[in-house]
Each structure stands twice: as C-alpha cells, then as structure tokens.
Write a protein that binds this ligand. Structure first.
Ligand SMILES: Cc1ncc(COP(=O)(O)O)c(C=O)c1O
Ligand SMILES: N[C@@H](CCOP(=O)(O)O)C(=O)O
Length: 459
C-alpha cells in the first residue's frame, strides 16, 4: 500500500513514511493511492482485533497482523471498560462510549496506538521525534498521556489560551514529564493548527528538529479511528448510521474510511455546534469562514476542518487540482465554492445538523431526567443531530459517538443539569498537581524557537 497527497505533489509514500511525515511535504493530506478491496467485518466485535485488522490492511508487511494485534491490545490495556468502546442503548438511541481511555475522550483510542507505532518505528530505525500537536482540548491530553516519558520522543502541545476547559488543560499540564512542553497560544484552535501546518511546510525546520505530528492530519489517526465504526456495525448485526460530533472532520472521515473498507456504515451525520461552517457548506456548497465563537463544546470550536480536504479530494474524483484551487481560495478569500457535482457526491453519504447552545443544555437535562445519565456537551450535539435525522425520516439504528466523558466539562454539565459529574478514578489527582505551561503569541516563529530550545535540552 502506498499513499498520495490530496494536493498531488508528492511521490507515493509508505505507511511508515506517512506515519512519520504526518503532513505531506506539499501541504496536503495523505490518502491511500487506492482503497483496499472490501473486507467482511461482520464478526469483528473486538476493538483490539478490528484496530489490528485495519492497521495491517493499511500497513501491509510493514506491520504484520500478529504484531498489530499485540500492539492494539497493549494500547487498550489502560482503558477502564473491558469492551474499550461499549455500545449503549438509551431508549431509541445508541451511544458509542469512546471515553473510557486515560484522558476520557475518543482521542485516546488512536493516540495510544500511535505512540506505540512511533516507538516501534524508532526502535527499528533509530533517531528521535519531536511531536507537535494543536489541540482544542482533547487531542493534546490524549497525546500527552500516550507520549509522556517515552524514550526518544518529545511532545509540544499548542492549545488556545483560555478557550478549553480546566480539566482538559490539566490533563496536559500536570504530568511533570520532562519531554512534555505545553504552550498556551493567544488565539484560537485554528491559529494553533495553522502554526502546526506552517511548521510542517518549513522543510528545513521539519528536518532540523525531526518534527512529527499526531493530529488527524496523520493518516494513522484516521485509520485507527475507523475501528469503532466496524465494531459498532458488527455488534448491531448490519447497517448502522452514525451521528458524529464534528470539528476537524477527522472522526467522521474515519467513518467514511470504515465504509470504504467494507463495513456497512450507512449515513454519516455531521453534528456541529454554533460554529457551523460545515453545516452551511453541506447546505449551500460554500465553505466560508466567519470567525469562531466560544461554546460549551470547546473541542468543536473550529473553522478550518482539516480533514474536509480529504473528503473534497475523494468527492472531486481525486482531482488534486480542484483541492489546490479550493485551498488557495480559502487562504486568499476565506472561502471556496464546491462544484455542484462534488456537493452532490458529498450529500450522498453525509448530512449535517447544527445544535444551538440552548439545544445542547436542554438535551443534557432531558437525558438526565429520562435516563438518569449525564452526557457531555459534544455528545449532546451528536444526539441532537441523531434525533433530528430520525424525525426527518431516516430509519435503522443511528449510533451517536459519545466523544467525551461529562466530567471533562463540569461547569457546562452542571449548569445544564444541576448535577456535578464525577471524574472516574484517580483523575482527581489532576487537581492536586501543579500546572506547567507558557503563554505565547500566535506566532509561528515564537513557537518554533520554543520547540528548538525544548529539543536541545532533550536530544
Ligand atoms: C470531545 C470531542 N468531540 C468531538 C470532536 C470533533 O472531532 P473531529 O475534530 O474529529 O471532528 C472533538 C475534537 O476533535 C472532541 O474532542
Ligand atoms: N478537537 C480536537 C482538535 C484537533 O483535532 P485532531 O483530530 O486533528 O487532532 C482536540 O480536541 O484537540
């Protein structure tokens, strides 16, 4: 299996190459050169086995199946639930709980795997890697939990200053590990992501510090996340639709990948908060930036949905020219227009719904009252969209991805429900440990020099 860039400017790369590169050298995102033949996943109810199967499919002999299985079992050993991602029934709704990992969000699934893929790669090839990650709250914590203290790896996390929850921040800033650097950027998540992409675009810098990435720009992230779509369909015994709380479009794109691999994934519902750029795009065909508003679901306060580029490439018949045109328009004018045939192809598999802040609070309260369960604001947005879609006539099971534990957003959950969510287990220690982070302007040069200094201390 080889990988190509959505912008068409790179030689086909190997799975390891893509794992280490993260972003393609031409600024595009990697995708398999061709999709593998569809597989029958109907018996695949185990997360470790599904994830191993997917990784082996995409890596081929670079990661034999038995080694992949060992790796995914080790990755999920720290999860609090024996099923890793249990599927739960709530009246007419299905919730896929993806928050039983070390940092209580779905990001743990792929990050625990990627850390082990990196370690395996560095053991075989030598050298070190300075990982950089942009976060709107959850990827950062999951990456820190997965990489803190690992040999030959360092991690720098950029989060938007004062735009994430305290619990999210503490997951990143309290490890005390020497290989972790936290930078609070005076800007939005989109600024953090832009800075990461600008650093990757500077090939001299990338080589100098051996830059690595674990955001969903990294193909291995998206591939690993396809596994829970596969296990959900297997557990439900056939076709399932999915409602996905969406920001950077990585998770919902993983559903598209699972479908490409042969899993009976039905419709993919893009559930968004008041930062509704994706909903507007699916409705009008115009992707247009209007600025980001802070909401009670901060992880989804995103305007540049990085992985939409992968879908655009697919829907445009893999025309890299079309992708380059759209991305150039986005940076020059803050918007781009989809051709009508491209929009039709996207609408063929995807629908979108937006939840207001009032919808989110109302639904959190209703779920507590009707089912005695607390859900987090991101999950509430997914559930809201699933219910709307059912009202609009979609039949068959709709699985809502429960992407975070309610205790990551205690203020929002308590304000909506009157109940304070409890952190499971020893995470309460989070509030005893001292935080370590520096505040920096949203300047790529300032971040680069912080990374250089950190790397010099370590390697
Ligand atoms: C809790 C939570 N829900 C939903 C999302 C959105 O996922 P994606 O960015 O893959 O669209 C995120 C951020 O990634 C998140 O942290
Ligand atoms: N919501 C994310 C934003 C980064 O998304 P990623 O999937 O590209 O890592 C977060 O919580 O950090």
């Amino acid at each position: 299996m080889r990988y190509i860039s959505t912008r068409g400017g790179t030689e086909p790369a190997t799975f390891s190459g893509v794992l280490i590169d993260a972003l393609a050298p031409d600024g595009g995102l990697y995708l398999p050169q061709t999709w593998p033949e569809a597989t029958d996943w109907s018996g695949e109810t185990s997360m470790a086995s599904a994830a191993a199967g997917v990784l082996h499919l995409f890596a081929g002999q670079e990661l034999p199946l038995d080694e992949a299985q060992e790796l995914t079992e080790a990755a999920f050993a720290s999860f609090r639930h024996p099923d890793v991602a249990p599927l739960k029934r709530l009246g007419d709704d299905h919730l896929l709980e993806l928050f039983h990992g070390p940092t209580l969000a779905f990001k743990d699934v792929a990050l625990q795997i990627i850390a082990r893929l990196f370690e395996r790669h560095l053991k075989a090839r030598g050298g070190h890697l300075n990982v950089v990650v942009a976060t709107s709250g959850d990827t950062g914590g999951a990456a820190v939990a997965a990489l803190a203290g690992r040999e030959n790896l360092s991690i720098t996390v950029l989060h938007p200053h004062e735009r994430i929850s305290k619990v999210q921040r503490r997951f990143m800033t309290t490890t005390g590990a020497g290989n972790v650097l936290n930078l609070a950027v005076e800007g939005t998540f989109d600024d953090c992501q832009r800075i990461v992409k600008e650093m990757f675009a500077d090939r001299a810098f990338t080589k100098e510090v051996r830059l690595g990435g674990v955001n969903s720009i990294n193909w291995a992230r998206v591939a690993a996340q396809a596994s829970y779509y596969i296990t959900s369909c297997a557990q439900l015994g056939g076709t399932a639709h999915f409602s996905v709380p969406t920001g950077n479009f990585g998770d919902v794109f993983a559903g598209y990948v699972a479908k490409k691999l042969g899993a009976p994934v039905g419709e993919l519902i893009v559930a968004v908060n008041e930062n509704d750029i994706l909903d507007r795009t699916l409705r009008t065909g115009i992707y247009e930036k209007r600025g980001v508003t802070p909401t009670s679901s901060p992880s989804m306060d995103i305007e540049i949905a990085s992985n939409f580029e992968r879908l655009l490439f697919e829907a445009a018949g893999r025309d890299a020219g079309e992708v380059k045109r759209a991305m150039a328009d986005l940076s020059a004018y803050g918007s781009f227009a989809l051709e009508s045939d491209v929009l039709d192809r996207i609408r063929d598999g995807f629908r979108s719904y937006k939840a207001s802040e009032a919808d989110v609070a109302e639904l959190m309260a209703e779920v507590l009252e009707s089912h005695g369960e607390l859900i987090d604001p991101h999950t509430a947005i997914g559930l809201h969209a699933a219910r709307k879609r059912r009202e609009d006539g979609l039949s068959g099971p709709i699985v809502t991805l429960a992407t975070a534990h309610p205790a990551k957003f205690p203020e929002a959950v308590q304000a909506a429900t009157g109940q304070a969510p409890q952190l499971p287990g020893s995470e309460e220690e989070l509030f005893r440990e001292e935080e370590r982070f520096d505040i920096l302007p949203a300047s790529t040069d300032a971040i680069k020099s912080a990374i250089r200094q950190h790397a010099l201390l370590l390697f």
